[in-house]
Design a protein around this ligand. Structure first.
Ligand SMILES: O=c1nc[nH]c2c1ncn2[C@H]1C[C@H](O)[C@@H](COP(=O)(O)OP(=O)(O)OP(=O)(O)O)O1
Ligand SMILES: [Mg+2]
Length: 203
């Protein structure tokens, strides 16, 4: 079995440049009394996400930040999988939002509706893989998933990214229509975080 490490008290780098993720992960870490600094705040370069899986890409991001800072680092690689599209955009979820003028999530959500037109299969799932990396190259992964359905047009202004088109199982509202606390009850990142907390933060 691979070695399982716990985080020692001290600073942790959040290896993300996504403000929405940073808000969610900071809120989840707050009760644990860990001092958090983000890759965005430290002006660390955004590594190229050259992997073909969430595991590979989260490790690339966490290792780059851990090696650059000499501190443990936590990264999230995530995406939405649309059943009618055979699981796309999946690992390429962020790429669907890239335009010459920057990220355009309204266009990315419209593309989901366009490409899935004609299918009545509305199933969708968000997936998050967290990677916790140390400067010596050790990495631990934690998985979380939120099953639900996609809707179009988008609803709500909360959250970020594809939240306005995703309705989690057991609810009728999109993540865009929820408060951060409500989204945290079922979302993929919070579920992956719970596993991370149980294994890597337990006293
Ligand atoms: O809870 C979520 N609610 C809505 N959308 C979400 C969520 N979670 C991931 N997503 C979308 C955003 C991005 O289009 C892609 C992740 O791509 P991903 O490369 O992991 O993140 P990113 O480039 O935004 O930030 P970074 O790599 O710096 O952490 O999935
Ligand atoms: Mg990214």
């Amino acid at each position: 079995m691979a070695e399982t490490r716990r985080l020692a008290p001290g600073r942790l780098v959040l290896a993300s440049h996504n403000a929405g993720k940073l808000r969610e992960l900071s809120a989840l870490l707050a009760p644990h009394g860990i001092e958090v600094v983000s890759a965005a705040e430290l002006d660390l370069p955004e590594p190229e996400e050259t992997g073909t899986t969430f595991e590979e890409n989260s490790a690339i991001k966490a290792l780059a930040a851990a090696e650059a800072t000499g501190l443990p680092a936590l990264a999230d690689d995530s995406g939405v999988m649309i059943a009618a599209l055979g699981g796309a955009p999946g690992v390429y979820t962020a790429d669907w939002a890239i335009t010459p003028a920057g990220r355009d999530y309204a266009a990315a959500m419209a593309r989901v509706a366009e490409e899935a037109e004609g299918s009545d299969d509305r199933r969708a799932a968000f997936v998050s893989v967290l990677a916790l990396a140390w400067p010596d190259g050790h990495v631990q992964h934690y998985h979380g998933r939120s099953d639900g359905n996609w809707v179009y047009p988008p609803r709500g202004t909360g959250g970020f990214g594809y939240d306005p088109i995703f309705v989690p199982e057991g609810d009728t509202r999109t993540y865009g229509e929820m408060t951060p606390e409500e989204k945290a009850r079922t979302n993929h990142r919070a579920r992956a975080f719970a596993r991370f907390a149980q294994e890597a933060l337990k006293e």
